[in-house]
Design a protein around this ligand. Structure first.
Ligand code: IPD
Ligand code: CA
Length: 295
């Protein structure tokens, strides 16, 4: 059995990959309904019987194989038991539940392992496209276990400011209040022409899954991802993959160079040769944020 103080990260990675494939089978064989799907706080915040079934399978398997490690999963989250420094599996059984329900092929299982709240192993699997992203801290990030990320490798172009950036954003499920105001006004400012005071970014994308947005920044097909409102289970696995692909994660609000795993607001930036332009892009992005994000 794994010793609690000395986790075998490669074994954990391989076990998480096997669970991701099992979860993928459940997801691919599911028949979710678009209407009358169970909601949490509103009609944009969904949960289905499959989210619960996948989490149940994963937590049961992990507790059996790794009884010494904690488990922190979306569907069994208890606000009285926040994430701790103990070695913990941080799991979203289906990230992108809205996509899953609609059959839009960007839902995934997101399996992270954190030690001291530092994301250490990450496995993200999209069963619709059979795409697996995975990483172990210090050992690089991979697509389908064989292609090293970022995809362009040493031919990746240096970052060159917001005007050249393709950015992931998400609308989230909170549609009123200060966070909504800040997001929408920031989207407007980022997209607006330079003559009107905007950043004139190249464009926006919303994959509908925080984990898959992070993986797209990790593989270099997106330049940034800005998020407010998601949770540790949405980002833990993708964070390791991003960092191991040379990307950086900072806080979604200005000046937060050391973001917390459970901080609920994040800005991810892709890798760049010799890290050229990475910090500058973070500061440029922060300068366009139009208000506070309060979580
Ligand atoms: C959601 C997705 C979405 C993000 C939301 C998350 P869920 O996760 O990751 O991209 O913007 O904040 O809640 O509900 O599909 O697991
Ligand atoms: Ca989920």
């Amino acid at each position: 059995m794994d010793h609690p103080k000395d986790p075998n990260l490669n074994e954990i990675h391989d076990f998480l990959v096997s669970l991701a494939f099992k979860a993928g089978d459940i997801i691919n064989n599911a028949l979710p309904e678009t209407n009358d799907t169970g909601s949490k706080k509103n009609s944009a915040d969904l949960v289905t019987e499959y989210d619960r079934a996948v989490e149940d399978m994963i937590s049961t398997s992990l507790k059996e194989k790794y009884p010494n490690y904690d488990f922190h999963g979306e569907e069994t989250y208890d606000q009285n038991r926040p994430l701790t420094d103990a070695p913990t599996f941080v799991v979203d059984p289906i990230d992108g539940t809205v996509n899953f329900v609609h059959g839009f092929p960007f839902a995934c299982v997101s399996l992270g392992f954190a030690i001291g709240k530092i994301p250490t192993v990450g496995v993200v699997y999209n069963p619709s496209t059979k795409t697996l992203y995975s990483a172990i801290k210090g050992q690089g990030a991979y697509l389908n276990r064989e292609t090293r990320l970022p995809l362009k490798g040493s031919n990746m172009e240096p970052l060159a400011g917001l005007t050249n950036a393709l950015i992931a954003i998400e609308w989230g499920s909170d549609r009123s209040g200060i966070n909504w105001e800040t997001k929408v006004r920031t989207f407007e400012k980022l997209g607006q022409s330079k003559e009107n005071g905007g950043a004139m970014v190249r464009s926006f994308r919303s994959l509908g899954s925080a984990a898959l947005n992070l993986c797209a920044v990790a593989d270099g097909t997106l330049d940034l991802y800005w998020e407010g409102g998601c949770w540790a289970w949405d980002v833990c696995a993708g964070w390791v993959i991003l960092a191991e692909a040379g990307g950086i994660m900072v806080d979604g609000s200005p000046a937060g160079w050391e973001p917390r795993l459970d901080g609920r607001k994040y800005l991810a930036v892709r890798g760049s040769p010799n890290r050229v332009g990475q910090k500058e892009l973070v500061e440029e992005f922060w300068s366009y944020i139009q208000g506070p994000l309060e979580y």
